[in-house]
Design a protein around this ligand. Sequence first.
Ligand code: NAP
Length: 296
Amino acid sequence: MASTRAFITGGNTGIGFESAKVLCQKGYDVTIGCRDDTRAANAVRAIKEGQPDAKIESVRLDLADLSSVAECYKTLSKQNKLDFDVLLNNAGVMACPKMTTKDGFEYQLGTNHLGHFALTNLLLPHLKEANKPVRIINVSSKGHQFGKMDFDDLFRDKPGAYGPLEAYGQSKRANILFTYELARRLEAEKQTQITVNTLHPGVITTELGRHITGGRWYMNWLIKAASYIFWFKTPAQGAETQLYLATSPDVANVTGKYFDNCKEVKSDGPTYDKEIAKKLWEVSEELVMPKIKALL
Ligand SMILES: NC(=O)c1ccc[n+]([C@@H]2O[C@H](COP(=O)([O-])OP(=O)(O)OC[C@H]3O[C@@H](n4cnc5c(N)ncnc54)[C@H](OP(=O)(O)O)[C@@H]3O)[C@@H](O)[C@H]2O)c1
């Protein structure tokens, strides 16, 4: 019998790593897409140490570089591994200083949204062709509430326009808009076997705050103290909602929804604006698809 395959972006640490571990325990054949070969190898080794029979491997994927997204796709294609049952778009960066991806996109929107948009659109034809149930999960954040889409200055290039947290919020809003628009497009194509959902995983002690702490000992200490006071989730607890969306029979036919604590909840009002979602899709398509197709 063919194994159940999952692809997890950024599965080498944080909630992506926890998700990889649990999916291996459940017998999935897991591929993690990681930008750092050493960190990827360490993650694969750590999972195999705990589960010698785990089917886990890594492929290089830097979402902040479209040529790397194209290379990742080509590698998966050569391995005949494009028909995933679960695509967990989990990787993310938060609150970086103003910087750009290899392709000149604002770094957080470029990594968190545009890289995943490109990867998903490359895989989609194969997921459709597979003609089986597929679950796409886009990890967003409650932080989407403090970012808005500014199509006149998407990369916040105007003087004084860039705020690290606001740009993170915009990228996480984009994850939700992308999810809702993709669900509508799949529905219009009668692709009822492919579902796509999004979520807030909670506030979790992971490495996501690295740009805020800057590696400073007192900032690390402060975050640790806050994690006890405010009951931050552990990575294992933080992975629960995406694992629920990836595996639970309860959500096998649910699509185009936003979840928190394994429950469907409402996202911020304007995320339901179909015109904004359509525009984001079109802008994203124009930014990434011609370039990535030329790289294949
Ligand atoms: N932690 C929270 O409280 C929280 C709250 C809400 C939402 N989230 C969301 O949860 C998701 C996972 O975050 P986390 O908390 O587990 O953070 P994390 O521990 O920092 O893990 C993030 C993962 O993304 C990878 N990544 C970053 N940039 C990448 C790139 N350009 N290409 C490929 N992979 C890249 C990282 O790789 P490296 O190890 O190489 O850096 C790492 O594997 C993110 O989407 C985040 O926005 C987290």
